[in-house]
Design a protein around this ligand. Structure first.
Ligand SMILES: [Zn+2]
Ligand SMILES: [Zn+2]
Length: 124
């Protein structure tokens, strides 16, 4: 009969051996996959179910399930930009919506302003 303690040690040793036995090549092959996952997470975009991909066609035709960016005036299907269409701000008439690209740009601009301010302060 093998004791529980021995089994535990054997298990830990086995794990260690398994970890060390994973060739570097496989680890490297896994890396781009992980990166792609991270990218899709940061974009927070779902595959557009209406045009089966990126909203390259002008979804204006199906205006009820599309939203226009107030900055670049491009139209996107709700699903593509992570909306359902039931959001309160969509129903509001004078609400402003920015697409991912424009949102990123404005964020960058804000950061630039912040950095400029910081630089100015440090000079004084
Ligand atoms: Zn679409
Ligand atoms: Zn835009």
């Amino acid at each position: 009969m093998v004791s529980g303690h021995y089994l535990k040690i054997a298990f830990v040793d086995g794990l260690k051996a398994l970890r060390e036995s994973i060739p570097r090549k496989i680890k490297q092959a896994l890396r781009p996959k992980l990166q792609a996952q991270n990218e899709s997470r940061t974009l927070k975009r779902k595959w557009c179910n209406i045009c089966k991909g990126e909203c390259v066609d002008n979804p204006k035709i199906s205006q009820e399930n599309s939203i226009a960016c107030d900055i670049c005036n491009l139209w996107f299907h709700f699903g593509w930009v992570g909306l359902t269409g039931n959001e309160q701000f969509i129903k509001r008439k004078n609400s402003v919506w920015k697409c991912q690209t424009c949102l990123m740009n404005t964020l960058k601009d804000k950061e630039m302003v912040k950095e400029k301010g910081r630089r100015r302060k440090s000079k004084i």
